[in-house]
Write a protein that binds this ligand. Structure first.
Ligand code: AHR
Length: 630
């Protein structure tokens, strides 16, 4: 029997409780959610021709030149084509493991050019795997001495995930080209040069309380030169200076030497995405330290000002009036209203005295200028799953608002840690379980999100929910994996160039985040804690808005478990309760691109018998019971 103390709520649940962690890892941004189909559109990758093939219609000396006149900050290189009346110089782009093209959909190709010759034309075609043309269009290019943007639209006649883009030019003359780009018109909210709609939809469906961005290790960079600098990711897209992605090649299942961050998805777009999906923005900034697993490079203390200023300016960019420098930029980019930033993370997986020293400088400046902004501090990463006591004590002494804990651990750890926060200090900082995932194999091996992993996470999350007065936020990590190019697995959502599916872990996360409630309701079995006894895990919440009692139970047994729910309350309930179950026929079951819904929620009704609600919990199941109070 589970006792549910509905009349004794134990505390409030943060509206930001369950969120998402976004990082450009596994082709999450470039080649993923950022819908650009052309790889290396501005020839700025370390190898400028990466992703491109010259269409050798002529062997003319100097027909293709790669130039860098140093005139355009952030986007220095371009290609000069010297065409004669007979030649059709051009370029072919391979996309990110091909391009995802859908029959009947419309695509916009664009480029920047300048040329000294009238009468030139740009021709564009999309080719499928068999080199068949599946879309074609052309348009004249104006003769112009200054860089000019030109666009044309193509409609596809076939669907393929492995298309290529062919661009060639006719007419005699010298032509400079740059920023060759191809986007579907049908993006998230129809925004030009926007985000992949199917991928964002899966996030929106979770109704996440927050979105953490831009990572992860890419915040730190392997060295400080390649850290994430938000100021380089805002303003005109063609001026954003790309860098090599910290995840380029390393750990790679399919080598990714072509992994760069072009920042078409930059901080403005992240804030907009957060707003679109109703999530609080949670930016994490570099604290003056590069990744301690790589170079561990430190900025000297007397040069930390620039980093601190980045944090202060970010708050101005997000919240400042349009009369300020950074508030003005936000307005110029299309969003005069503030983005309502309330918290900021300083450092990702940083630790040690060097971190504390740097964090202290950030904290002083942020507290002085922006006491309204909550500070999230890193607690490093913790291979043993125990908190770094040294760090915790320091962070408590600094009155940090929130500590960001990460755990990538086996299912057994998640099960045994369901009571991790039961006796946690309630007076100090709150907890942000900022990155976690149950790993059935080694973290960087080909681990899959099986039902075993997801069910152990569901069990652990009952513990987060029971302790939501101290655990204010939680997010699974990483979010996205591309089937043809990933470095880290398991991930919450997998995609290829055309399709997307949620793992069993996604289904668990979604069930929690769409049923987060507002008040913690204590649960016990004969006065004893539930966590783990007889392999059962449970938590309950009440939702003030919908007036529902929401009970979550994990049955980690291979047998069904009869269950009676005894609800201590004077309130009346609707006679029929709703039950939503996630269950697998065994623990190894998973979802896949071919079978995306092996694990999916199943709904049923349960009726009260007199005052009692009884049910049988399926073997290896996660059950949500929804009771409507009257
Ligand atoms: O989520 C993948 C990586 O795991 C993140 O980039 C990092 O913060 C953690 O080590």
């Amino acid at each position: 029997e589970l006792n549910i103390q509905l009349d004794k709520p134990k505390g409030k649940i943060s509206p930001h409780m369950w969120g998402v962690f976004f990082e450009d890892i596994n082709l999450g941004a470039d080649g993923g959610i950022y819908a650009e189909l052309v790889k290396n559109r501005s020839f700025e990758f370390d190898n400028p021709w990466m992703g491109w093939k010259k269409l050798e219609h002529t062997s003319g000396e100097g027909a293709y030149l790669l130039l860098n006149d140093g005139q355009r900050k952030g986007n220095k290189r371009y290609v000069r084509l010297t065409n004669n009346a007979e030649s059709k110089l051009g370029l072919q782009n391979e996309g990110f493991r091909g391009m995802g093209i859908k029959a009947d959909a419309t695509y916009e190709f664009s480029l920047q050019h300048r040329s000294n010759a009238p009468g030139m034309q740009v021709h564009v075609a999309l080719l499928d795997e068999g080199e068949r043309v599946i879309a074609e269009a052309q348009t004249p290019l104006q003769s112009t001495a200054t860089w000019t943007a030109t666009a044309l639209r193509l409609q596809a006649t076939a669907t393929t995930g492995k298309a290529k883009l062919k661009v060639w030019f006719t007419g005699a003359g010298i032509l400079d080209v740059d920023m060759l780009s191809l986007f579907p018109l049908d993006t998230w909210k129809g925004r030009p040069k926007g985000l992949r709609k199917d991928m964002v939809q899966l996030l929106a469906d979770m109704k996440p309380g927050f979105i953490r961005f831009p990572g992860g290790c890419i915040v730190e960079g392997r060295d400080l030169a390649n850290r994430f600098q938000w100021k380089k990711t805002v303003g005109p897209i063609d001026e954003r200076e790309l860098i090599i992605n910290r995840w380029n090649t390393e750990f790679s299942h399919r080598l990714t030497p072509d992994y760069f961050q072009t920042f078409g998805l930059g901080f403005y777009e992240y804030f907009l995405l957060a707003e679109d999906i109703g999530a609080a923005p949670v930016p994490i900034l570099n604290c003056g330290m590069a990744c301690q697993f790589n170079s561990g490079e430190l900025v000297p203390m007397d040069q930390l000002d620039e980093y601190v200023q980045d944090a202060l300016d970010l708050i101005e960019f997000a919240n400042g009036p349009v009369s300020t420098k950074w508030g003005r930029l936000r307005a110029d980019m299309g969003h005069p209203q503030p983005f309502n930033l309330k918290m900021i993370g300083v450092g990702n997986e940083n630790w040690g005295p060097q971190y504390i020293e740097r964090l202290a400088v950030f904290t002083k400046a942020l507290r002085e200028k922006h006491p309204e902004i909550a500070i999230i501090a890193s607690s490093g990463t913790d291979p043993e799953g125990e908190r770094f006591e040294f760090l915790d004590d320091r962070l408590r002494a600094m009155h940090i608002d929130v500590i960001d804990e990460h755990y990538y651990r086996p299912p057994s750890w998640f099960l045994s840690s369901a009571s991790r926060y039961d006796n946690y200090d309630r007076k100090g900082p709150k907890i942000f379980a900022g990155e976690y995932a149950s790993h059935t194999t080694r973290p960087n091996g080909p681990g899959k999100s099986t039902w075993e992993a997801a069910l152990s996470e569901a069990a652990f999350m009952t513990g987060l929910e029971r302790n939501a007065d101290v655990v204010e936020m939680a997010s699974y990590a990483p979010l996205f994996g591309h089937l043809d190019g990933w470095q880290w697995s398991p991930d919450l959502i997998w995609v290829d160039n055309l399709r997307v599916y949620g793992t069993p872990s996604y289904q668990v996360q979604k069930l929690y985040s769409t049923h987060k409630g507002s008040d913690i309701i204590p649960v016990d079995r004969a006065g004893q804690p539930v966590a783990g006894r007889d392999s059962l895990y449970a938590s309950a919440v009440y939702d003030q808005h919908t007036k529902e009692l929401l009970i979550k139970v994990v049955n980690y047994n291979s047998k069904p478990m009869p269950m009676r729910f005894a609800i201590a309350t004077d309130r009346k309930f609707a006679p029929v309760a709703q039950k939503i179950t996630l269950a697998g026929k065994d623990l190894n079951v998973s979802n896949s691109i071919e079978e995306p819904l092996n694990i999916q929620p199943k709904q049923a009704d349960i009726r009260f018998k007199g005052k009692a609600l009884t049910d049988s919990l399926a073997p290896y199941s996660f059950t949500l019971i929804k009771l409507q109070t009257k």
